[in-house]
Structures are given as structure tokens and as C-alpha cells.
Design a protein around this ligand. Structure first.
Ligand code: ASP
Ligand code: MG
Length: 452
């Protein structure tokens, strides 16, 4: 009871700070993050793998699946080499350099062992976990070399998904609480993003980009004061900065607006990560490691400012149209159509209907052929690829008048394939050819943000 009480007291002002791959992408970046977290406020620091590492591990696993041991060995040695450089630059003393080398040796010996054996999904997950295990151990060592107290909390001791592959919040909460209570009185708890165990206790992960999700789950589990997601951009921008000039960070967003933007293309935040924070009502702050003084974006339960806030775009969209004059009016038709997508675990992003046809979009085309074959039972099916969803996000209740006009005026010269409006009060989605995306984003930017 006494211990629980202490925990309750700690968590009241505990922060979660997550640093992405580029933020810990070199020895120099790791040192910078160490400075940023050394503030005296109790916190859980969640780290991604150093940038490039997870991609290399995916590549290594790919070679091993194909039994290309030569390719695997070469990729493993290249990655190992990179870590040796990091060790040389990160640590000052010979003692820590030696500790670092030992760490690398143990992880790479583990990876190399898989080149001998059978290779399955389980081995792949175990290999992918090495990136976050390495980055967090390096941070922990660096902090201790700098005489900054920290505790390394293994995510594999508390992060877990259930039999449906969804995070097991109860388990996470109980076990994370225990990990912290077993190590009371520290200010910095360092743990791995992305990696988890599945319902069988095997090593698994929360899918690519999943460290944000880890941070949000951890924040919800400890009722953190705030969840901070540190990356290399100064917050969520009002348009895609890779495509459009003159974008600016948005100061505040509601959870719903942030979820729409993350889902429809804003790369800064993993879409699933909004939900746990929203349910626990914990603010999420997006910050820039390269410019720590910049305000960033604050995501919370209220949205300040009305009207249109931002535009995002998501590529690699496939549209499927099912035409069936005969069936469509009959009730139960939609259910049958959706059931096919459900069977193939393929989620639908946009949907529009008319008397004779229903069109949907998907981004996961792994089962496209099977889906199309089954849909043919109900009518003629057309498939269209190389499309992008352009999504305009904001708070459309208060001042919804006139916005549709501005949006369509901006897209005057662009052929719009589908429109979805009204599904939520935060989003208007438009489907365009990917070849037209840039023009659409630039023109929307001018009409919605520049000439107001
Ligand atoms: N390291 C993982 C990835 O690259 C997870 C993450 O960075 O969020 O996907
Ligand atoms: Mg990320």
C-alpha cells in the first residue's frame, strides 16, 4: 500500500518523452537527447531504434527468409560496423567504450545465430527487436558515463498485445507499475518503443513506426502529465512540407483532428497513437529535437481556433467500384460487400454510394485479387490505382459555410474521383490521381491559408 501510494505520487507529474530514430540517429544526437531529458522532472523516456537500423534489420530478415546467408552476413557486418563508430564517438572513457563494444557484440552474436537455423516469423520479430534494445542500452550507458542516474526498464517485461493483436492495457498498466515500483526513487526510466510481446509471450512489435504508439500506451498506463513525441520537425504542419512551400506548425489540435491528420498522411505521428492518449485524456505534445525551444504542436481535448486547420495527403490508394443496379437497392447488400473486406482484414478508408454503385478505397492491396474475385458475385467491379486521398482537416461545425466552395474552387483544374464529407465534422476527403496531388496541395494551400 505504501509503495502504491508513492507510485501515485510520482505519476502525478511524470512525463513520457519519446524520441524517434533521427533524434537518436548518431552519437551526437544521443548526446543531445541526454541533455534534453536531464531536467530533474521524473519521466519515462521511450526510444526508437537509431534511424536506418530497423530498415537494415528488415533487410537482414528478408535475406534470411530467402536463405541468402551471404547477403545476410554482409548486411549484418555493415550494421555492426556502424554501431562500432557510434561507440567510438559516444563514450569518452575506455571503460565505457569497452562496455559498448561488449553490448554490440552480444546483440550481433544473437542476430548472427539466426543465420544457422530455420527462419520463421518469430525469428524475424526477435531480430527486429534488436534496434530498440541497442538504442536504449546505449542511452543508459551514456547517461551513466555522464553521472546521470537512470534505470533501463525492459519493454518486453510490460508491453503486451492480446489475442486480437491489440494492446493489453490492463497487463501493460500492472506490469509497468511493478517495474517502476521495483526501482523507486529515480528520475529517468528508459524503455524501448515499438517492441512488445504477443498473447503467447513471444517477442513481437507494434508495427513500423510503433514507438509513438508505445509512448501513448505508456502515458495512458501511468496517467502521465503529458506525452511528448520528439522528432525532427517542429510539430504537425498545416500542409505537407515535403510538397508545399510556406507551411507552418499548428499550435493546437484536438485529438480527433490529430487522428485524422495522422491517419491521412501526416507522417509525424503514428495514427494509432492518438487513441490511448485521448481515452486517458493526456495531452500529447509534438516537439523538435533539432529546435527544442520551438513550441511545436499541442494535441488535447479541445481544439482552439475554428475552421480549416490543415491538409494532408495519403498515397498508394486503390479505389474499387462495385456496380449493381439490381442488388444495390436490396437491403443487406452493403453488409455482404463489407464482409468481403472483413474476411481479408482489409480496412476501407473512404466510401461513397449511389443508386447503382458503391465505391470504396483501400491502402492495403495484399488481398486485392481475392477481394475483387469475391465482389464479382455482386456486380461489375472496377479497380483504379495510383490514387491519393487529400484530406482537409479542421473544426467545421462553427463556420462550415463557404469552406466547401473554397475547397472546390482550389481544385477547379483537378479531376476529383471521390468526395467524402460529413463522416466526421473534422474532415473532408477527396480522392485524386497521385499525379495531381502536388497541384491539389499547392492550390488548396493558396486558397485556404494564403488568401484569407
Ligand atoms: N524502429 C521502428 C521503425 O523504424 C519503430 C519506430 O521507430 O517507431 O519502424
Ligand atoms: Mg515515427
Amino acid at each position: 500500500m505504501v509503495i502504491l501510494h508513492t507510485f501515485t505520487k510520482i505519476r502525478k507529474y511524470m512525463l513520457v518523452q519519446k524520441f524517434g530514430g533521427t533524434s537518436v540517429g548518431s552519437a551526437e544526437r544521443i548526446k543531445e537527447v541526454a541533455r534534453l531529458i536531464h531536467t530533474g522532472q521524473p519521466k519515462i523516456v521511450v526510444l526508437s531504434a537509431m534511424s536506418g537500423t530497423t530498415n537494415s534489420l528488415v533487410e537482414i530478415a528478408g535475406y534470411l527468409y530467402k536463405k541468402n546467408h551471404e547477403g545476410a552476413n554482409e548486411a549484418i557486418l555493415n550494421l555492426e560496423e556502424k554501431y562500432h563508430t557510434v561507440i567510438d564517438e559516444l563514450f569518452e572513457s575506455d571503460a565505457y567504450k569497452a562496455k559498448g563494444r561488449e553490448l554490440i557484440q552480444s546483440h550481433f552474436t544473437y542476430i548472427k545465430a539466426f543465420t544457422q537455423d530455420m527462419f520463421t516469423l518469430f525469428e524475424e520479430k526477435a531480430i527486429l527487436a534488436q534496434g530498440e534494445l541497442l538504442s536504449t542500452a546505449l542511452m543508459h550507458y551514456y547517461l551513466s558515463e555522464q553521472h546521470i542516474d537512470s534505470v533501463l526498464v525492459p519493454a518486453l517485461n510490460f508491453m503486451r498485445t492480446d489475442k486480437d493483436g491489440e494492446p493489453d492495457l490492463f497487463y501493460i498498466k500492472e506490469n509497468l507499475q511493478r517495474e517502476i515500483e521495483n526501482n523507486p526513487g529515480h528520475h529517468i526510466y528508459v524503455t524501448q518503443g515499438y517492441i512488445s510481446r504477443n498473447a503467447f509471450g513471444e517477442i513481437d512489435n507494434l508495427k513500423r513506426g510503433g514507438s509513438d504508439y508505445s509512448a501513448s500506451l505508456i502515458g495512458a498506463a501511468i496517467q502521465a502529465e503529458e506525452i511528448q513525441i520528439w522528432t525532427d520537425i517542429d510539430g504537425m504542419h498545416n500542409n505537407d512540407p515535403r510538397v508545399v512551400d510556406n507551411t507552418h506548425p499548428i499550435a493546437t489540435l484536438s485529438f480527433d483532428e490529430a487522428a485524422e491528420l495522422a491517419y491521412f498522411g501526416a507522417k509525424i505521428l503514428h495514427p494509432a497513437s492518438v487513441q490511448p492518449a485521448k481515452i486517458a485524456n493526456i495531452p500529447v505534445r509534438l516537439k523538435n529535437t533539432m529546435q527544442p525551444e520551438a513550441a511545436g504542436t499541442l494535441i488535447g481535448n479541445k481544439s482552439e481556433g475554428k475552421g480549416i486547420k490543415a491538409i494532408a495527403a495519403k498515397d498508394d490508394i486503390t479505389a474499387i467500384k462495385i456496380k449493381s443496379g439490381r442488388m444495390l437497392l436490396a437491403h443487406g447488400f452493403m453488409r455482404k460487400v463489407f464482409e468481403i473486406f472483413e474476411t481479408y482484414k482489409t480496412s476501407i478508408d473512404m466510401i461513397t454510394t449511389s443508386e447503382v454503385a458503391v465505391s470504396v478505397t483501400i491502402d492495403d492491396t495484399r488481398y486485392l485479387n481475392d477481394i475483387v474475385e469475391e465482389l464479382k458475385k455482386y456486380g461489375t467491379v472496377e479497380v483504379d490505382q495510383n490514387l491519393s486521398i487529400v484530406c482537409v482537416v479542421g473544426d467545421f461545425i462553427a463556420e462550415s459555410k463557404g469552406y466547401a466552395l473554397k475547397i472546390f474552387q482550389a481544385l477547379e483544374n483537378i479531376s476529383i474521383r471521390m468526395i467524402s464529407y460529413g463522416g466526421s465534422k473534422h474532415n473532408v476527403s477527396l480522392l485524386v490521381n497521385t499525379a495531381d496531388k502536388k497541384e491539389a496541395l499547392v492550390s488548396l494551400n493558396q486558397n485556404l491559408f494564403e488568401h484569407v
